[in-house]
Design a protein around this ligand. Structure first.
Ligand code: FAD
Ligand code: MG
Ligand code: MG
Length: 306
């Protein structure tokens, strides 16, 4: 596997999802969301900053949103490459995918679940990320990016998986400068218009491995001392009866990309022993998987202050 191979794979996942005609309104709205993100990346972002130069970086924290954005970003990278190859006067055998690793930045902020850290590690290998990792707890986020830019002085723009429904997300736009108090660079935010349900629909369809905490009822993963499984997903005694919660993504999971026979298994990373013990000792078991929740306003209901 190379970055070229995984980019082509992501392109195939995306195209396969775009070709789905199962009559689901959610799939249709997610297809619309994908088209807009692709338009942003291919027409607005890659025309301004060469994705094969070193002006663009990707911000990654192992969460579902940046994983979806990464799949779409790599898919567009592949498309950009093949379009360039086709338009060139030389035969395609003379063209090589110009990038081996994707410049990525991860700010290691607070005590993090090691399951999430391991997911970042798996993503590093699977998606060929060259990750700059800021030293844990040493700095604020703006300072951490200032340090990043000292090391990667050619970076002009950083891609972020933030959505309108995130805190302070409502007034953002796809391409904008950073605010005062932040080092100066451009923010690229091509996922703003996505709903929680859109995110789960393509992510579960992709058949890519996701962080195991999501299976345990987490819907938004922050620090270890400030995140619990989402209370809205707590399994109640009467859930065994007809009023129990339904999985909204049965179709995506059964028909996921590359599955030869439909099955209801989702690829999740294994919980680390430490996180397993933590969830057990604090009685945080018995939750439906995070993807059972599609109400954007409850996405962060598992964020607590201790
Ligand atoms: P999440 O869903 O956790 O994160 C949204 C996205 O932010 C992720 O998909 C990922 O791409 C990125 N991200 C979040 N945490 C990390 C991390 N620890 N390491 C790497 N990437 C991460 N806020 C301002 O008020 N003004 C600014 O000018 C500004 N510039 C920013 C520039 C960058 C490159 C980033 C990553 C963030 C910036 N922010 C800025 C903060 C941003 O608006 C969000 O508040 C922040 O990303 C945290 O998101 P979240 O935890 O609410 O949501
Ligand atoms: Mg998020
Ligand atoms: Mg966060």
């Amino acid at each position: 596997m190379t970055l070229a191979d995984i980019s082509e794979h992501c392109h195939n996942i995306t195209n396969s999802y775009l070709a789905v005609t199962n009559g689901s309104e959610l799939v249709e709205s997610t297809q619309e969301a994908i088209r807009l993100t692709r338009y942003h990346l291919l027409e607005e972002v890659f025309s301004r900053w060469d994705p094969f130069g070193n002006q663009l970086s990707f911000s990654y924290n192992g969460g579902k949103d940046c994983q979806v954005l990464l799949i779409l970003y790599l898919s567009c990278l592949w498309e950009f490459f093949i379009t360039k190859t086709r338009n060139s006067q030389y035969d395609s055998q003379y063209h090589q995918f110009p990038l081996q690793f994707l410049p990525t930045v991860y700010i290691n902020q607070a005590e993090t679940f090691n399951t999430l850290e391991q997911s970042i590690e798996s993503a590093r290998e699977r998606y060929f990320l060259s990750i700059y990792e800021s030293p844990r707890n040493q700095t604020s986020m703006p300072e951490a990016f200032e340090n990043y830019l000292k090391v990667h002085s050619t970076a002009k723009a950083i891609v972020i998986g933030i959505r309108y429904t995130d805190p302070f997300g409502a007034d953002l736009c796809c391409i904008q400068e950073t605010d005062s108090g932040w080092p100066q660079f451009m923010r690229v935010q091509p996922l703003l218009h996505w709903t929680l349900a859109n995110v789960w629909s393509i992510l579960l369809y992709s058949n890519e491995e996701i962080c195991g905490l999501y299976e345990k009822g987490f819907t938004s993963i922050g620090g270890i001392n400030s995140t619990v499984p989402n209370p809205a997903l707590k399994i109640r005694n009467d859930d065994a009866t007809s009023c129990g919660k339904r999985n909204p993504f049965e179709w995506e999971i059964s028909n996921a990309y590359g599955k030869e026979t439909p099955c209801n298994k989702v690829k999740v990373s294994k919980l680390t022993d430490a996180d397993e013990v933590l969830l057990q000792s604090t009685g945080q078991l018995d939750f439906h998987p995070g993807w059972f929740l599609i109400n954007d306003s409850l996405e962060r209901a598992g964020r607590i202050r201790r």
